[in-house]
Design a protein around this ligand. Structure first.
Ligand code: C2E
Ligand code: MG
Ligand code: MG
Length: 745
């Protein structure tokens, strides 16, 4: 659009406006006097006039140059005189006010053009308060450095900046900031309605200058409260500022921060920052992502990776780290470190008989007792289901580990009352000492574990130190497992039979089947050596099934009044098919159920499990007899007698062995016998080796005996001979009797 410019100063009136200050305009010499007679005065006038014309031409030129100069400015510019009249303006100025540019005329007063503009509705801010608006607008003009924004009818926004000139006039600048304003408005919208909490705060004093609705909702402070705070005051800890104290850079990547909400809760935030100018001051915009839940989940995961979920104790990973630290720390000192691995005895039986719920409670109870027995600085961890590890540091002698082991075993041993059940659990401990038994966590744990195996195998409920050579034993144990698996697969295992003798008549009432393993390299391997390995590895199930089948098949060919006793491991009750297996075997071998006796140990009845008791009752309902083996070696043997109606009690051989020498043993055997009589149960004494024991047992009224005095366990081929020797022609052997070694008394 074409601008309307002030016309060149042709008339005096106009010339006065462009007059160079201090030089009054002179009348033109052309207009006065005659040419012919040129007096010296006239000559002077003519010269002065020429000078003046030259000056005017100069002034015009410079005004022209000034206009050209201001025309290329990107801002609108206007000069007004002291009366507020237009002197000069540039193209941009006319463009900005294009609608009222017809009013701009040199000498026209701004207030008049404003008034016309207002009347034409060109200033929406003036609507309804026209005169007031004009007065305010003019008053602003004379405020030094005044700056304000003006909205035009077409929606454009103009920034006005005006300054007084030396002669009392005004130079005004106009900048079209419409785009800027639009950007600002969209930023505001983006800020205010953003679902991400946002805060703007001053870079200098960290004051919060603005917050969006999401921030108000998230933090719980009102807008007014917020604006009284600094960003530092919502930080949970006195640390560097979210924008890292670096004023020059924006944070593209988030920093994580902890803030305090109005309710006092701490929240974790990932903060992105961007520097900007807000209300003319350097500020920073913070976008806050609440990562509290993520952090919590991460912390939970990190905890879970290093702790046991059930007891909350460190797991093997964390234990190893802690042990490495301790070992590093003590490497240069004379201190010793003891690594104790504690294993619960028969924990599986608790789990199986009472259920996992009680098993879990028991483990928590054990963990609690262990923790309270230890010093603060001792480390306790759970290694696996029923094994715990303890690191005792700062020891001077191994005896300290002995004392601690005793305390731990004692603490664990007291009964636990769990959901109305009184549960007793024992434990064994293996100990390895650093630096002697190893200086790395893995090796120490392995060695302590080996010592634990020894404690468990030799005498449960005690502790055992690692010794050189245990490793070899552990290896031989592994070899047993491999060989045993082969032996079962190749049907190498054999039942041997040991007679049970009626002490009143001397007659053989039955035989106990005892497994024998003829090993190609080692000769006959004792069950005491491989039954525990079979139980640990689960091989006891095929082994037990095999023994039952073989024993019943053999016994089916013996006289009808001779029973067969077969040992059952508690683990065979866990598989769940015991009852049907027994029924199958009886059916297939044709052995009447009344001739089968199943021997169970007290560990099976550690606690009354409905499943175990149901199986026992079902077996008994078939007609099978149930014997309690090794009676007196468990924790609460008497109470087990109440839980199931046993047909037979076998007094453990440890009591029988002491009969001759120990009066207490005599008293115990006597009471077991009278107890059995009272309950109407057969009493069998195991391990009868001497005549003295035999006569003592007879005198006490014991029903049955089993022991080397009568016979060792023998292969089936010898049983036939044995029975024939005792019973004579009454017993017709199914095959030729071989040599008869021992005779029944
Ligand atoms: P147990 O059931 O108490 O069997 C009695 C053990 O005492 C047998 O040991 C037997 O040889 C031994 N014994 C018998 N009379 C005497 C004696 O006068 N003096 C001495 N010192 N010992 C005597 P064995 O055969 O070594 O069996 C040990 C244990 O292995 C058995 O104890 C039983 O718990 C287990 N076992 C044996 N065979 C089997 C089986 O087929 N299945 C299961 N689950 N366990 C079995
Ligand atoms: Mg037995
Ligand atoms: Mg026994």
């Amino acid at each position: 659009m074409q601008s309307i410019r002030p016309k060149p100063a042709k008339k005096r009136k106009h010339a006065a406006m462009t007059r160079i200050p201090g030089r009054p305009a002179k009348p033109s010499p052309k207009l006065s006097g005659k040419r012919r007679r040129v007096s010296p005065e006239i000559g002077e006038i003519v010269r002065k006039r020429a000078e003046a014309e030259a000056a005017i031409a100069d002034a015009r030129k410079s005004q022209e140059r000034l206009r050209e100069a201001i025309d290329i400015l990107p801002q609108g510019i206007v000069f007004l005189d002291a009366d507020g009249r237009y002197i000069l303006w540039n193209k941009k100025y006319s463009e900005i006010y294009n609608r009222s540019s017809d009013l701009f005329k040199p000498g026209a007063r701004l207030q008049d053009t404003l008034r016309v503009g207002v009347a034409r509705g060109e200033y929406p801010e003036a609507v309804g308060r026209e005169e007031e608006w004009i007065t305010e607008r003019l008053a602003r003009m004379y405020q030094p450095g005044a700056r304000h924004e003006q909205t035009l009818a077409d929606g454009r926004c103009i920034l006005i900046e005006e300054r007084l000139t030396e002669d009392g006039g005004v130079v005004g600048l106009r900048v079209d900031i419409t785009e800027l304003k639009q950007r600002e408005a969209s930023f505001r919208l983006l800020f205010d309605s953003n679902p991400v909490p946002m805060i703007v705060c001053a870079l200098d004093d960290e004051r919060i200058l603005g917050v969006n609705d999401a921030a108000i909702e998230h933090y719980g402070y009102s807008r007014a409260e917020f604006e009284k705070l600094t960003i530092r005051s919502v930080q949970a800890f006195e640390t560097e500022l979210p924008w890292g104290g670096d004023r020059s850079s924006d944070e593209q990547t988030a920093r994580t921060w902890k803030h305090v909400r109005a309710d006092g809760a701490l929240i974790d935030l990932a903060i992105y920052s961007r520097q900007l100018v807000c209300h003319d001051q350097p500020a920073v915009l913070l976008a806050l992502m609440d990562i509290t839940e993520r952090k919590r989940a991460e912390a939970r995961l990190a905890f879970m990776a290093q702790h046991d979920g059930l007891t909350g104790l460190p797991n093997r990973n964390l234990l190893r780290q802690q042990m490495d630290d301790i070992l590093l720390h003590t490497r240069r000192s004379a201190e010793k470190v003891a690594v104790l691995v504690l294993g619960l005895d028969n924990f599986k039986a608790v789990n199986d008989t009472l259920g996992h719920g009680i098993g879990d409670k028991l483990l928590r109870g054990v963990a609690k007792r262990l923790r309270s027995t230890l010093r603060e600085e001792d480390t306790l961890a759970r290694l696996n289901s029923d094994e715990f590890a303890i690191i005792q540091s700062g020891l001077t002698r191994p005896e300290d580990a002995v004392l601690l082991s005793r305390r731990l075993l004692e603490a664990i041993g007291d009964p636990y009352l769990l959901d109305g059940h009184s549960v007793v659990i024992g434990a064994s401990i293996g100990i390895a000492m650093a630096p002697g038994d190893g200086d790395e966590s893995e090796k120490l744990l392995k060695n302590a574990d080996m010592a634990l195996s020894r404690a468990k195998n030799e005498q449960r409920g005690t502790f055992s130190f690692f010794e050189a050579g245990m490793d070899a034993r552990a290896q031989s144990r592994r070899k047993i497992e491999i060989d045993l698996r082969d032996a079962i697969q190749n049907d190498v295992l054999l039942p041997y039979y040991q007679p049970l003798v009626d002490l009143a008549t001397g007659r053989i009432t039955g035989f106990e089947a005892l497994v024998r393993w003829p090993h190609p390299d080692r000769g006959m391997v004792s069950p005491a050596e491989f039954i525990p390995v079979a139980e640990e590895t689960g091989l006891i199930n095929p082994l037990g099934a095999l023994m039952l089948r073989r024993a019943c098949a053999d016994a089916a060919l013996w006289p009808d009044d001779v029973r067969i006793a077969v040992n059952l491991s508690p683990l065979q009750f866990r598989v769940g098919n015991l009852l049907s297996m027994v029924m199958d075997v009886l059916k297939q071998t044709g052995l009447p159920a009344r001739r089968l006796e199943l021997e169970i140990t007290e560990t099976l009845l550690l606690e009354k499990s409905s499943q175990v008791l149901a199986t026992l009752h079902a077996l008994r309902a078939l007609g099978v007899r149930i014997s309690m083996d090794d009676f007196g070696t468990g924790y609460s043997s008497l109470s087990y007698l109440r839980s199931f109606p046993f047909d037979k009690i076998k007094i453990d051989q440890s009591f029988v062995r002491d009969l001759g020498s120990n009066r207490d043993a005599q008293a115990i055997v006597r009471s077991i016998i009278s107890l059995g009589m009272g309950l109407g149960v057969t009493i069998t004494a195991e391990g009868v080796e001497t005549e003295a024991e035999l006569s003592c047992l007879r005198a006490e009224g014991c029903h049955e005996g089993q022991g080397f005095l009568f016979s060792r366990a023998r292969p089936n081929a010898e049983i036939v001979a044995l029975l024939q020797a005792q019973r004579g022609p009454e017993f017709v052997a199914p095959q030729d009797p071989s040599e008869d070694a021992a005779l029944v008394a």
